[in-house]
Design a protein around this ligand. Structure first.
Ligand code: GRF
Length: 206
């Protein structure tokens, strides 16, 4: 493929969504290579999974803040992604909020997955929020990233039932199962240029 669409994947944790996406790329279901995997956590599972797959993977120290990257770290992340000629930044459990220069460098080209049906339950531990609220259906959302938290245009959503005997653990397991289907499907559609954004609405052409 000439000039393939290239993915940069960022995560801080286990990396199960990364695995689903990387395996979909390897199987040709997503027409794009994983060009780079970055983490702000040196021991994160996502880096281990990437290295096992012989994909370029790098730890970048996040700097002095707890919930965002400091200026130097932001420059290093952006430089690494640009150096790898990444077309789409895929957040897969990346636990820091991206700010100005990062968002500007990849405007409209950053996606995230969140474990609820947004706009319900943004923020941390969304599955616990869903249980506490008593909803009967929850799920996951893939969305473009903008300056808000869990707030950009919605690309895709998948529902899961909330069962009477669910615990936080059983519910997040079910949501993860849905995430591993939804995220590769959405990334594939973007890589194929099968979606367009009209205001807040994301239109699927196929
Ligand atoms: C997922 O539940 C995702 O919705 C949230 O972070 C979690 C990442 O899990 N943004 P994993 O590292 O992909 O297993």
């Amino acid at each position: 493929m000439n000039n393939p669409f290239r993915l940069g994947i960022l995560g801080s944790g286990t990396g199960s969504n990364f695995v689903a996406i990387a395996d979909a790329c390897a199987a040709g279901k997503i027409p794009a290579p994983v060009a780079l995997v970055l983490s702000d956590v040196e021991t994160a599972g996502i880096l281990k999974h990437a290295r096992e797959r012989k994909l370029p993977a790098q730890f970048i120290p996040p700097g002095k803040f707890r919930t965002k990257l400091d200026e130097e770290a932001e420059r290093t992340f952006v430089g690494a992604l640009q150096g790898a000629r990444v077309d789409l930044v895929v957040l897969a459990g990346f636990m820091r909020v991206l700010k100005g220069d990062f968002l500007r460098a990849f405007a409209g080209r950053i996606v995230n997955i969140h474990p609820s049906l947004l706009p319900s339950f943004p923020g941390l531990e969304a599955w616990k929020q869903a249980l506490d609220h008593g909803v009967k259906v929850t799920g996951c959302t893939v969305h473009f990233v903008d300056a808000g938290v869990d707030a950009g245009p919605i690309i895709g959503q998948q529902t899961v039932p909330v069962l009477d005997n669910d615990t936080p653990d059983s519910l997040i397991q079910r949501i993860h199962g849905a995430e591993h289907e939804l995220y590769p499907r959405c990334v594939a559609a973007i890589a194929r240029r099968d979606i367009s954004v009209v205001g807040r609405r994301v239109i699927w052409k196929k």
